[in-house]
Write a protein that binds this ligand. Structure first.
Ligand code: PLP
Length: 378
């Protein structure tokens, strides 16, 4: 099987699985327990958090909150900040590019009375910085901007966004960096909260991280025993938390290598598709190397995914979260991609494990699928 759906989820690294098993066997204690074993677990939890900060050589350490994934991290951050600032800065700025775990939270906050503004998107899939500047004011309490898009792979100018937001002391900047880690360097300067999800970088499903510059910026939204600074109550899952750090170390320490490896494969695919009449490359040139979105106008994306699946190639239409929805994808729409091209779009997403042989096999299958559908192409 050739797996090209790594933006949906990745294969866990062997040492991640082993760490998860080992810590479950030998250190299954509750870090909140007052006995010796609990204290040992607590000590390890704190060491793990320091290791995360050390990994990024940050000028100022972040508070690390372990969560069940990026959906939870995004929810905790966005609601937590919005509620904290509601009385004095109730405007939220976002864009339609965001993942549903951001967009749906913001829409829900809108229904609660927050004033939500959407930044315009350029045809390259980036937020329009001049429009962002024009939307900023002292009423803005929260700006949320993803680093790498999960459907197209385009990156956002986080550094420039941070500089703009920094001029407004009441405004908090949240970054969903789920698709960035291990593929492009993460950017922390001027960022107040940042979300990650273990299963996108060869960790496990059900593990996530929220980086928080200042924990007092967040109103707790998950109430209970007061674990994780009181903002994410629930017994700490130490084996999962230690395992995610294993995956992180590997992803972060190999980012440059992975970037070059995947850029080569990405360039090869781009060159390959150019020879096929009717095949459009949707992903802009300035993008993270692991995601390549293409469109075959005239054919439905689902048909293509099924055709590839028959040849044992796993890829996806737009994203796993939205592929079951009938409506046209908002990200592609915002980039002014024609309707038929959106309907016929598929996402090829690679990981550090994707190799040249996988790409060669994919190319052969692509040729067969193309022959099956070429009469339908417009
Ligand atoms: N943000 C982005 C950009 C994603 O791609 C995803 C997963 O598809 C998420 C958030 C949600 O992550 P999780 O599956 O950990 O909840």
């Amino acid at each position: 099987m050739i797996y090209l759906d790594n933006a949906a989820t990745t294969k866990p690294n062997q040492d991640v699985l082993e760490t998860f098993m080992k810590v479950n066997q030998s250190l299954y204690f509750n870090p909140n327990s007052p006995h010796q074993a609990g204290l040992q677990a607590e000590q390890l939890l704190q060491q793990t958090k320091s290791q995360i900060n050390d990994l990024f050589n940050l000028k100022q350490n972040f508070d690390i909150v372990f969560t069940s994934g990026a959906t939870e991290s995004n929810n905790i951050a966005l609601k937590g900040v919005a509620y904290k600032k509601k009385a004095f800065a109730n405007e939220i700025i976002t864009s339609v590019l965001e993942h549903p775990s951001v967009l749906e939270v913001v829409r829900s906050l809108e229904s609660e009375g927050f004033d939500v503004k959407y930044v315009d998107v350029t045809t390259h899939g980036q937020i329009d910085l001049n429009h962002l500047k024009s939307l900023m004011s002292d009423n803005v309490g929260l700006v949320t901007c993803m680093h790498v898009n999960n459907i197209m792979g385009q990156t956002q100018p986080i550094e420039e966004v941070a500089q703009i937001v920094d001029q407004y002391p009441k405004a908090h900047l949240h970054v969903d960096a789920v698709q960035a880690i291990g593929k492009v360097p993460l950017f922390f300067e001027g960022v107040d909260t940042l979300s990650l999800s273990g299963h996108k970088f060869h960790g496990l499903k059900g593990q996530g991280i929220l980086f928080v510059r200042n924990i007092h910026q967040l109103e707790p939204t998950i109430h209970g025993g007061g674990q994780e600074f009181g903002i994410r109550s629930g017994t700490v899952n130490l084996p999962v938390d230690i395992a995610i750090v294993k995956a992180m170390k590997s992803a972060v320490n190999h980012t440059q290598e992975t970037y070059y490896h995947l850029s080569k494969l990405n360039d090869e695919l781009r060159r390959f598709f150019k020879d096929y009449h009717g095949v459009k490359i949707n992903t802009p040139e300035q993008a993270a190397p692991h995601i390549l979105n293409i469109g075959l106008p005239g054919v439905k994306g689902e048909v293509l995914v099924n055709a590839f699946s028959k040849y044992n190639i796993m890829l996806s239409t737009t994203s796993a979260c939205s592929s079951k929805k009938a409506s046209l994808n908002e990200v592609l729409l915002a980039m002014n991609i024609p309707k038929k091209q959106i309907e016929g779009s598929i996402r090829i997403s690679m990981s550090a494990y994707t190799n040249e042989t996988d790409i060669q096999t994919f190319k052969k299958s692509f040729n067969k699928v193309y022959e099956e559908v070429r009469e339908l192409l417009v």
